[in-house]
Design a protein around this ligand. Structure first.
Ligand SMILES: Nc1ncnc2c1ncn2[C@@H]1O[C@H](COP(=O)(O)OP(=O)(O)OP(=O)(O)O)[C@@H](O)[C@H]1O
Length: 427
């Protein structure tokens, strides 16, 4: 016998109501996730719901004659006309939300084109532990991105009214190890969306990419990592227009209600047309670690809210020394048994970075990483002349190396969060 979808939806909806917990006859069931316990209504139970000021009575009934189960709804006559349709719509919507939360997030990757295989995607449960909470980024920016994603989820009607496909695309850009991939994992968790990660190297031509796209489902995030490399190197069998069409062409419309996320290390090497609005809606910069982000990492990785060495770390950050969050995380994880040693190792690594930057500048061996100081004759990033800046940096290096790092005690004081990071988002 075919399952009645409306019964299934209403039943799931009723079991999600807080009033089920107050019922004398609710059953405890363990759900598909081993740690979760859910409450479900017993047979012949009545449950009361409130909607738009009306009371709705539901009763679970079991027909002994043919063994079928039913749900009987009672509403006052006066309320019926007013609330029935919106109430049923509300049930549908709530059910979709319940299903979405319950859904196991999966990661799909495209495989080589093997004719004997049925379809090109291979999938596995996506169990990455990153969440929006574990991502270290400017707090303001994080809030804005979360509300952008939440608004997207609720915007079906809005997009349709505008005649636009219900999709949104994000560019995450920044140096290696700044958290772009981790952020995608957090987005998928936040939305309960599957991830489809596309490796363009495995595709043979533009049509192949379109075919892959047709095999994706809605409520998903399509990801192309290192887009700049693909656009720049001409390293794939795809044409530039094939990739650009994938981003916003007619095929990108199939299976709406989804995000496209592209990552790259720098926007500088990519032509403006690839990044124009419409093709990519939101650009998010992932910066290297600054002192504010360092403090957040020290708190989460080492349990430190403050430490005497923090001042030294701050000083060296102010000279322009840089490390990626990934590098700092790694140092902290390896030295988590000794916070002081972890901080000293961070300081040494920052000094090493500073020394190599100064060395590169003095030897004139060209620009370093993208955040490098400006070229000779120009002002540096702090508005200081480069030669003067080098002198300052050397002074600081000497002073730091002669300073005895001897602190083993730390205070646990709350530190006010400085939200003036350099991250930004724009549309
Ligand atoms: N902003 C961040 N917040 C929390 N963890 C971070 C952050 N940045 C980096 N990490 C940590 O560093 C590691 C590497 O980060 P991730 O792979 O996300 O960087 P990426 O920017 O995608 O690098 P790449 O450009 O090389 O792919 C991860 O294990 C992650 O835990």
């Amino acid at each position: 016998m075919q399952e009645n979808q409306l019964y299934r939806k209403v039943y799931a909806y009723l079991n999600s109501l807080p009033s089920v917990e107050d019922s004398d006859f609710a059953n405890l069931l363990s759900s598909s996730k081993s740690t979760e316990i859910s409450l479900v209504l017993d047979e012949n139970q009545t449950i009361i719901d409130q909607f738009l000021g009306a009371r709705v009575h539901w009763k679970t009934e079991n027909c002994e004659r043919n063994g079928t189960k039913s749900l009987v709804m009672k509403i006052r006559k006066n309320d019926k006309r007013r609330i029935l349709v919106p109430y049923l719509q509300h049930i549908h919507q709530t059910f979709d939300e319940i299903e979405q939360k319950r859904k196991e997030v999966r990661l799909f990757v495209n495989a080589e084109n093997e004719p004997q295989r049925n379809g090109r995607w291979r999938s596995t449960p996506f169990t990455h532990p990153a969440t929006m909470e574990t991502i270290v980024m400017d707090a303001d920016l994080k809030t804005r991105i979360k509300s952008d994603l939440e608004n997207f989820l609720k915007s079906r009607q809005y997009y349709h009214r505008l005649g636009r496909v219900w999709k949104r695309s994000y560019l995450l850009y920044g140096s290696a190890g700044t958290g772009k991939s981790t952020f995608i994992a957090a987005m998928a968790k936040f939305l309960s969306y599957d991830i489809y990660e596309i490796n363009l190297h495995k595709l043979q031509n533009d049509a192949d990419l379109k075919y892959l796209l047709l095999q994706t489902t809605k409520k998903s995030i399509l990801v192309i990592e290192d887009l700049d490399r693909y656009l720049d190197e001409k390293s794939t069998a795809l044409s530039l227009s094939g990739i650009l069409n994938f981003m916003d062409g007619i095929f990108s419309c199939c299976g709406e209600e989804r995000l496209m996320v592209f990552t790259m290390n720098s926007k500088d090497t990519v032509g403006a047309c690839a990044l124009r609005p419409g093709r990519i809606d939101v650009h998010i910069n992932f910066p290297l670690c600054d002192f504010t982000a360092f403090k957040v990492l020290a708190n989460s990785h080492l349990g430190l809210k403050d430490h005497k060495l923090f001042q030294q770390v701050e000083d060296i950050f102010q000279t322009g020394a840089v490390l990626s969050p990934a590098e700092i995380c790694e140092i902290m994880i390896s030295n988590r048994g000794s916070p002081s040693r972890a901080l000293k190792t961070v300081i040494t690594a920052l000094q090493g970075n500073l020394a190599s930057r100064v060395g590169r500048r003095l030897s004139g061996s060209g620009p370093g990483p993208e955040d490098e100081l400006d070229g000779p004759g120009k002002e540096g990033q702090n508005g200081i002349h480069p030669m003067k800046e080098i002198k300052n940096l050397y002074g600081l290096l000497r002073a730091r190396s002669s300073r005895k790092a001897s602190i083993d005690k730390f205070d646990i004081d709350p530190i006010e969060r400085d939200n003036s990071g350099s991250t930004h988002t724009h549309e």
